[in-house]
Design a protein around this ligand. Structure first.
Ligand SMILES: Nc1ncnc2c1ncn2[C@@H]1O[C@H](COP(=O)(O)OP(=O)(O)OP(=O)(O)O)[C@@H](O)[C@H]1O
Ligand SMILES: [Mg+2]
Length: 276
């Protein structure tokens, strides 16, 4: 089933003025329920603008965006859409509001009017799902960036969100925080079946998705599996993007006549292929 459907959707900032700027340019896109989609693209290609349509932070200036069958431009659906699609942004310090972790995670369901008993249960489940159950009573400012991002994810889960949209959630994290956040997202995708839209500049993270979109100047210029996208090393470089190191090494080796399997995305894939 399709969870998000965009038809001929554009977003023009300052539409109708002399400063008009087309950030998303006539996009058609469907994202299936349960899919893990990564979005790549150079700075300013329109990734964040696109993603902000998925929970109606922005509305199309042309075309339509439907979430779970609801048109985001229909105000009657706003809260339903916001509940179904949770956003996680880059800066871990801008997303946590309460002074205690469990209060922060409870904030969303409280606003939804969920009864206190059920809230406690949701908070416990959500913290467990991101591996942060032992930090329930902690003050958020004592947590690492990666832990804060996992709390932000738990906050979305507590709303019983069906889809997580993460806009460069690891950009401000160290390598271990990055690994933890990506691992958490993967687990939620695999075990809970959450739909994931994951914007990143880290190619190794995009390689963990089922499907990758590549954006350029507000348009989708490529759409395929990580293996398909990262096989075209020269094309990606021309777009100003990288590929995972292992994919690049494999590409160079193939050019030297070394025969290697098609799908090499991670260091482990490469080591396995070379040892064979
Ligand atoms: N609020 C705004 N008002 C006017 N123009 C904007 C606004 N936000 C973004 N833009 C412009 O729209 C285009 C797309 O921006 P967007 O933030 O969606 O790109 P992005 O792919 O997320 O980039 P980055 O990788 O730097 O986060 C850019 O040219 C940007 O300058
Ligand atoms: Mg952005």
């Amino acid at each position: 089933m399709n969870f998000i459907e965009l038809t001929n959707m554009s977003h023009v900032y300052h539409d109708g003025t002399e400063n008009a700027h087309t950030a998303v340019d006539h996009i058609d896109l469907t994202i299936k329920e349960g899919e893990f989609l990564a979005i790549l693209g150079t700075n300013g290609s329109g990734k964040s603008t696109l993603a902000k349509h998925f929970n109606a932070i922005l509305l199309p200036t042309e075309g339509h965006c439907r979430v779970a069958g609801m048109d985001t431009a229909d105000e009657a659906h706003l809260w339903d859409i916001r509940q179904q699609v949770g956003m996680v942004f880059q800066n871990p310090d801008n997303q946590i509001i309460a002074a205690v972790v469990e209060d922060d995670v409870a904030f969303g369901p409280e606003n939804l009017g969920v009864p206190p008993e059920k809230i406690r249960q949701r908070v416990a489940e959500s913290l467990a799902a991101v591996g942060m159950e032992h930090y329930r009573k902690f003050a958020p400012h004592l947590l690492s960036g990666g832990q804060k991002q996992r709390i932000a994810i738990a906050g979305a889960l507590a709303m019983h969100t069906k889809c997580l949209v993460l806009d460069e959630p690891t950009a401000m994290l160290d390598p271990s925080g990055r690994r933890d956040v990506l691992h958490t997202v993967r687990q939620l995708h695999e075990k809970v079946g959450i739909t994931v839209v994951y914007i990143t500049h880290f190619m190794e993270e995009a390689a963990a998705a089922d499907r990758i979109l590549v954006m350029e100047q507000g348009k989708i210029v490529d759409d395929g599996t990580p293996a398909e996208i990262f096989r075209q090393v020269a094309v990606m470089k021309k777009r100003g993007l990288d590929v995972p190191l292992a994919a690049e090494v494999a590409w160079r080796l193939r050019q030297q006549g070394v025969r290697l399997p098609e799908r090499i995305l991670t260091d482990e894939d490469l080591v396995m292929a070379l040892c064979r």
